[in-house]
Ligand binder design. Sequence first.
Ligand SMILES: NC(=O)c1ccc[n+]([C@@H]2O[C@H](COP(=O)([O-])OP(=O)(O)OC[C@H]3O[C@@H](n4cnc5c(N)ncnc54)[C@H](O)[C@@H]3O)[C@@H](O)[C@H]2O)c1
Ligand SMILES: [Zn+2]
Length: 344
Amino acid sequence: MHPYLVEPGLLARVPQLLREQGFERAVLITDQDVYRAQFGAFKDGFERLDVVGIEAGESQKTLDNAQWMYGCLARLEVDRQTPVLVFGGGVIGDLGGFVAATYLRGLPLFGIPTSLLAMVDSSIGGKVGVDLPQGKNLVGAFYPPRAVWVDPEVLSTLPEKEGSNGMAEVIKHGLIASSELFELCRQLPPFPEWSLEQRTELVRRAAQVKLEIVARDPRELGERAFLNLGHTLGHALETAGDYTRLSHGQAVALGMLAAHELARRQKLLDKPLPLKQTLERHGLPTKLEKGFEWTRVEAALAQDKKRLNGKLRFVLPVRPGLVELVSGVPLEQVREVFEKLCAS
Ligand SMILES: NC(=O)c1ccc[n+]([C@@H]2O[C@H](COP(=O)([O-])OP(=O)(O)OC[C@H]3O[C@@H](n4cnc5c(N)ncnc54)[C@H](O)[C@@H]3O)[C@@H](O)[C@H]2O)c1
Ligand SMILES: [Zn+2]
């Protein structure tokens, strides 16, 4: 597994950390928002640093932008010994990581995640890629970075709604493998009212869950599927809302509530979990707004089912820190749970 470091003030040490690995120059891939908000923190200290920047947002995670970046790297006369630093949220990590994985058949890649989601989720596990008009993340690779460096101080400029988004994955990690983390989420004030110590502890604990799972199952053949908690219905809701009505974190929050309800109906739950209150506390939705149609959700679930030999598969909570993968959940039960989310 690649080194993963969380340390306040780490940004300022990046040039030195790279020099220790024998690198004198680097290319930084970032988006305009992150560049404006955070670039000042570590630009000094490089022998040569070239910046490749795009606009922010999921719509930028395209092959067109990858191609444009290849052109930039060629113009900058990047060779196989030139490291790429991906400095941003998950969009930059996925797109920039994909470019680093493929240009000259692979450049040394370093992750410097700046959103909460990227810190605890997308920077870990080596998945890189881009979206196609036909669907999200359809083109990509497993390409682990040499290291991931997290400076929790950069969260000071993260927009509030992005904090909520990331919290959905943090709460998910608590439910999957750490009752202590789930308890911490239950008590923590909403983002951004966190001290530097709180930010650091939360990121460390939440990242630890994914780091351990990925170390045991790097190619997603087994237990890594647990990380899909809340994502089966979550993805279907995102699709049914045309990717505009719900953010990913909001969809995952609702997906986790659905998983909780399915677990209750399947008598898997030890006792009801304080999930709803925890999601509300962190600005995440606990019911579906009007206008979501079951037929569209069902169609999206059917795509999932096709991939899984005709069986709907859900990760369901048992108690904080323990989940189970359940295959063959009846569609009718999912519909009932969906309707409950609409009515609640
Ligand atoms: N590779 C994986 O394993 C994996 C896992 C989960 C998600 N993802 C991908 O991650 C992407 C979502 O990532 P995201 O939620 O970070 O979105 P994002 O990269 O779009 O970042 C969200 C917004 O926050 C801004 N931002 C980020 N850090 C900031 C900071 N410190 N200060 C100010 N602004 C900041 C960005 O400019 C952007 O506008 C999706 O494309 C998803 O597919 C990948
Ligand atoms: Zn997710």
